[in-house]
Each structure stands twice: as C-alpha cells, then as structure tokens.
Design a protein around this ligand. Structure first.
Ligand SMILES: [Zn+2]
Ligand SMILES: [Zn+2]
Length: 96
C-alpha cells in the first residue's frame, strides 16, 4: 500500500494519528482505527481510539515520547498492546 496519508496526520512509531495526537478525533473528524488495525493485522472493530502521550519533536520532525525521549518507546508507543487491550474491552462491552 502506498504511503499516502491524508492531510494533517502524523506517524508515531508506525501508528497514525491526527495532528492532535488522537486516533479518533471529533475536532478534525479523523478516525484512524481501521488503518492502524490493518497495519497490526487486526480486523477493524468499534474500539476506543488510541491517544498518544505527550511527545516532542526532534529537529528532523520525528516524534519522541517526552518521558523517555525515544521515537520507538515500547512503553509509551506500544500500540499493538494498547490496541489489543482496547479490542478486548470493546468486545466485552458487546461492540463490534
Ligand atoms: Zn484532531
Ligand atoms: Zn516513553
């Protein structure tokens, strides 16, 4: 798949967020769940969106977690784990 992102999205450790660091954002009507689920090999379901922790940008425009200063921080940017958790919660709540 070509790496063409809609305007005003950002990529943090392979997951896509809107400019407000949200995966689902009412402000800019963005919903990146399907894209991120597909990237990690999940079937999209109606789960809660991910929210990125506080980040900083390097001078090269790479997003890093503020806490650890890492662009690939497994604690702050452990998206697969977070998606798995959100999916489990959504299923438990009877969403799909
Ligand atoms: Zn937004
Ligand atoms: Zn971190």
């Amino acid at each position: 798949m070509a790496e063409v992102l809609p305007a005003n999205t950002i990529e943090i450790n392979d997951a896509i967020f809107c400019q407000h660091l949200k995966e689902v954002c009412t402000e800019c009507q963005y919903d990146g769940r399907e894209e991120n689920d597909a990237f990690y090999g999940f079937d999209p379901i109606d789960r809660d969106g991910l929210e990125a922790p506080t980040v900083t940008t390097t001078k090269d425009g790479v997003y890093q977690c503020k806490k650890h200063g890492s662009a690939e921080c497994t604690q702050c940017f452990g998206w697969k784990k977070q998606i798995t958790r959100a999916r489990a919660a959504a299923k438990k709540a009877g969403r799909k």
